[in-house]
Design a protein around this ligand. Structure first.
Ligand SMILES: *[C@@H]1O[C@H](CO)[C@@H](O)[C@H](O)[C@H]1NC(C)=O
Ligand SMILES: *[C@@H]1O[C@H](CO)[C@@H](O)[C@H](O)[C@H]1NC(C)=O
Length: 259
C-alpha cells in the first residue's frame, strides 16, 4: 500500500529543489533568474533581462574559456615555464588553454587534461649500466647493470663485451671493468727494441758522413749563401737524432710496453 503522506513529501521536496536549484544545464543563475550561458571563447558582458538574452563577448588576448559559462571574466592562459621543465605544445586560443609538454630530455610527472604541469629531466645511467629503455615525454630512462665481461659508460644501449687483446695480437695492459673496456698494448721484444736503436745509430753515422752543408746568408751580399762548418752540421744531426730517440723512449714508457 502506498503511503500518500510519503508521496506528497517526496513531491514537495522535488518541487522545492526544482525551484531553488534554479536553472537548466546551459543556463546560469543571476538574482534568482536564469540566463543562457556564453559559448566557449566568450564571457558574459551583460546578463539577460526579461526582454534580452545574455550578451556575450569574445575573450580578450591571453585569456580563454573552454566551456559554456556565466563568467564575468575569461581565465588567464597558462604559461609553460621552462623552470618546470615545460615548453609550449599548443598556444592558447580564446576557447582552449595553452597545452604544455615536457622539454626535450624531460618527462611529465604531473598532468592535467592534455597538458603537462610539471616535468623533470630523464635520469642518466651510471657507468657500468646501460640504457635499457630510453626516456620518453611520459617515462623516465630505465637503466640496468652490465654483467661481468661486458661494459658500458652509462650511455650505451647494450653492454659491449670486453675486447680480446690476444686475438688482435696484443697484450692486455689494463683489465676491463663493467664501465670500461680492457686496454690492449703492443708487446715489443728486446730484439726489436735493440734493432730500432741500432738502426738509428746507423742513420746517424750515414748522416755524419754525408756532406750536407747548412747555408746561412752572407750579410750585405744580395742573398748569397755560404756553407757553415761541417762540425756545426754534425752537432745539428746529433741533436736531431737524440730528440728522436728520446721521443721513442718516452712513447714506449707511456704505453707501458711489456718486454
Ligand atoms: C645494479 O647493481 C647495484 C649494486 O651494484 C644494485 O644496487 C642495483 O639494484 C642493481 N640494479 C639492477 C637494476 O639490477
Ligand atoms: C660514452 O661513450 C660514447 C662513445 O663511445 C661517448 O659518445 C659518450 O659521450 C660517452 N658517455 C659518457 C657518459 O661518458
Amino acid at each position: 500500500m502506498i503511503n500518500l503522506g510519503i508521496v506528497l513529501f517526496i513531491a514537495a521536496t522535488l518541487n522545492f529543489k526544482l525551484c531553488f536549484s534554479a536553472c537548466a544545464r546551459a543556463e546560469y543563475e543571476v538574482n534568482g533568474e536564469c540566463c543562457p550561458m556564453c559559448a566557449p571563447g566568450n564571457y558574459v558582458y551583460w546578463h539577460c533581462t526579461v526582454d534580452t538574452s545574455t550578451t556575450c563577448v569574445p575573450c580578450p588576448g591571453s585569456t580563454y574559456t573552454d566551456e559554456l559559462n556565466g563568467l564575468h571574466k575569461c581565465l588567464p592562459c597558462s604559461l609553460c615555464d621552462s623552470e618546470l621543465g615545460l615548453r609550449i605544445k599548443k598556444t592558447c586560443t580564446r576557447s582552449a588553454d595553452t597545452v604544455c609538454e615536457p622539454l626535450e630530455g624531460s618527462y611529465c610527472t604531473e598532468r592535467m587534461k592534455d597538458s603537462c604541469r610539471l616535468a623533470v629531466k630523464h635520469s642518466e645511467c651510471q657507468p657500468g649500466q646501460y640504457v635499457k629503455q630510453k626516456g620518453t615525454s611520459f617515462t623516465n630512462t630505465v637503466c640496468d647493470n652490465c654483467t661481468v665481461g661486458t661494459y658500458s659508460n652509462g650511455s650505451f644501449t647494450v653492454c659491449r663485451p670486453h675486447s680480446n687483446c690476444e686475438i688482435e695480437g696484443l697484450k692486455e695492459i689494463k683489465p676491463g671493468t663493467i664501465s670500461s673496456d680492457v686496454e690492449c698494448g703492443k708487446s715489443v721484444s728486446i730484439t726489436s727494441l735493440l734493432e730500432s736503436l741500432v738502426q738509428s745509430l746507423l742513420k746517424r753515422q750515414a748522416s755524419d758522413r754525408s756532406i750536407n752543408y747548412y747555408s746561412v746568408p752572407i750579410p750585405e751580399s744580395d742573398g748569397q749563401c755560404e756553407p757553415v762548418s761541417e762540425k756545426l752540421n754534425c752537432v745539428y744531426d746529433n741533436i736531431f737524432i737524440c730528440i728522436i730517440e728520446i721521443t721513442i723512449i718516452f712513447k714506449l714508457l707511456r704505453k707501458q710496453i711489456i718486454i
